[in-house]
Design a protein around this ligand. Structure first.
Ligand code: ADP
Ligand code: ASP
Ligand code: MG
Length: 411
């Protein structure tokens, strides 16, 4: 039997009791003859606690120190899980990202994995040990500790599975798989048995927090068999694989939402060649991710440009725009920080015209004002007021035929 990579998220390792349960599951696999690599997150909400602590000590915590701090969360879990396994008589070894050979680009807070030198892991596996790796972290080739971005332990797991050509990568979490919408806000959501990499990537990118988008990207690139399951039950989970749109036979396979959307309007940008690239390059250099962009001409000498970003990036975006106002030559800047984005996703949309129009009418029937729209072959997204997001998700879920007949309790 081959290598299995398992990843356990924060809730799954939130207490000593949960860690015992996780150890028992790992031992079951080990006893079946698998070589086990286990990636873990920080316990419970401890990363959030560290973030809040940092904010009490610095108004804008330096990114390097932030990575140094947040990387400690996962290190607590690897040591405790390794102890729990050793206490049951199993050989286990904990490793930080750096010890596991994970090299990333030299960027703090959202580094991408460059390569994995898996010699040490292989040696430990050959000795019959269970290898426990700290998720969400690595080291740059300049010797700095880096993190992969919030939720990044999924990506650590998939990257290790790809590098070691594992049989599969199982992501254990607090819901029993990937649902047609976030089961916490759409109680009628259904669990999917299968979903394609492409649809899952869209859902994850558009806010379905169950998988880190880069883990899906990596799984698709290296054809890793990815399974999302609950660490609380033995239920079968959701398999993420190449093509599986036959699941529901529906045009829309799932609804994603993101409640941390802000919009910025740059008023009176001069109309000239290269103006858009100047504006968005300036924002990119400051590390600000921009999503939907709308350009509207109000007379022939100046434009208004609106775009969305995350509420997290908003203060930095405003700061950057004010700092470069003179160079960019615009008149003023306005923003809104109480927006959300709801998206419908489905590979079947390519061949079904009118899906966007249907989405707009379902939302307007509920008096939901659509502020911005963006589309691709397999998704339509609408930016709406944040306080209407639950209504929007449940309306679209029902209207596109995704509701199960009776609400079920998920977990
Ligand atoms: P972990 O700590 O295990 O990584 P996360 O909180 O990152 O867990 O991801 C699991 C959560 O993702 C679920 O509790 C659920 O609320 C949320 N979620 C959002 N969209 C979906 C979806 N489409 N299917 C399943 N879960 C979803
Ligand atoms: N502990 C990190 C976070 O909370 C990474 C992860 O859980 O994947 O974002
Ligand atoms: Mg997660």
């Amino acid at each position: 039997m081959g290598i299995v990579v398992q990843k356990y998220g924060g809730t799954s390792v939130g207490t000593a009791d949960r860690i015992h349960k996780v150890a028992e599951r790992i031992i079951r696999y080990k006893n079946e003859g698998h070589q086990m690599i286990v990636v873990v997150s920080a316990m419970g909400k401890s990363t959030d606690v560290l973030v809040d602590l940092a904010k009490e000590l610095h108004t804008n915590p330096p990114a390097r120190e932030m990575d140094m701090l947040l990387a400690t969360g996962e290190q607590v879990t690897i040591a405790l899980l390794s102890m729990a396994l050793q206490n049951r008589g199993y050989e286990a070894v904990s490793m930080t990202g750096w010890q596991a050979g994970i090299t990333t680009e030299p960027i703090h807070g959202r580094a991408r994995i460059h390569q994995i030198d898996n010699d040490r892991i292989k040696q430990e596996l050959e000795q019959g040990r269970i290898v426990i790796v700290a998720g969400f972290q690595g080291a740059s080739n300049t010797g700095e500790i880096t993190t992969l971005g919030r939720g990044g332990s999924d990506t650590t797991a998939v990257a290790l599975a790809a590098s070691l050509q594992a049989e599969c990568c199982e992501i254990y979490t607090d819901v029993s798989g990937v649902f047609t919408a976030d089961p916490r806000i759409a109680p009628c959501a259904q669990k999917l048995d299968r979903i394609s990499y492409d649809e899952m990537l869209e859902l994850a990118t558009l806010g379905a927090g169950v998988l880190h988008p880069r883990s899906v990207e990596t799984a698709k690139k290296y054809q890793v068999k990815l399974i999302v399951r609950s660490s609380f039950t033995d239920e079968e989970g959701t398999i993420v694989e190449e093509e599986s749109n036959m699941e529901t036979g529906k045009v829309v396979s799932g609804i994603a939402h993101d409640t941390s959307v802000a919009s910025i309007t740059v008023i009176g940008m001069p109309v000239k060649v290269g103006m858009l690239s100047n504006l968005f390059k300036t924002l990119a250099i400051s590390g600000i991710n921009v999503d939907i962009i709308i350009q509207s001409t109000y007379h022939d000498k100046a434009n208004n440009i609106s775009f969305t970003t995350s509420t997290e990036d908003l203060p930095r975006a405003i700061q950057t725009l004010h700092a470069y106002q003179e160079d960019l030559g615009f008149e003023s800047v306005e923003y809104e920080d109480d927006l959300a984005k709801v998206s419908i996703v489905g590979a079947g949309m390519i061949t079904n015209p009118g899906v966007a129009a249907d989405m707009f009418s379902h939302l307007s029937e509920q008096n939901i004002l659509i502020r911005m729209v963006s589309t691709s072959d397999i998704k339509v997204s609408c930016v709406i007021p944040r306080d209407q997001i639950s209504l929007a998700v449940s309306t679209l879920h029902r209207s596109f035929g995704l509701d199960v007949q009776e609400a079920v309790v998920h977990g």
